[in-house]
Design a protein. Sequence first.
Length: 135
Amino acid sequence: MTDTNTARAERFEAGKRVLDAIDGEAGVKVIDALADIAPELGHQIVAWGFGDIYARPDLEPRDRQLVTLGMLTALGGCEPQLEVHVGAALNVGLQPEQIIEAFLHASVYCGFPRALNAVAIARKVFTARGLLPIA
């Protein structure tokens, strides 16, 4: 393996460890779904997105997830990604009440329709994990 290929593989493996810790099985499913059509996109999500960005030390994983939830809510139309990241937020220690509070806060800046869409996704994830009703 050349040095470039070695570095590429090492970045991917580092990113995979972070992806697995944050997103678990949901993250793997996203990457696997790209294997037959856009494997390089999957590689970059893991190597760059998780290996280089998510692994940076200045934000804790829970804080990164709060930022991610806010941005995906603001963008709208990202419900599949929002579903993965609601699960990731739970995985890194955010409580359902905190996730809902983040969506309530987002309603001020993003509008009620996007906040409602985000809450609907949270309901789906919370239901699947047996976390409803929340206090």
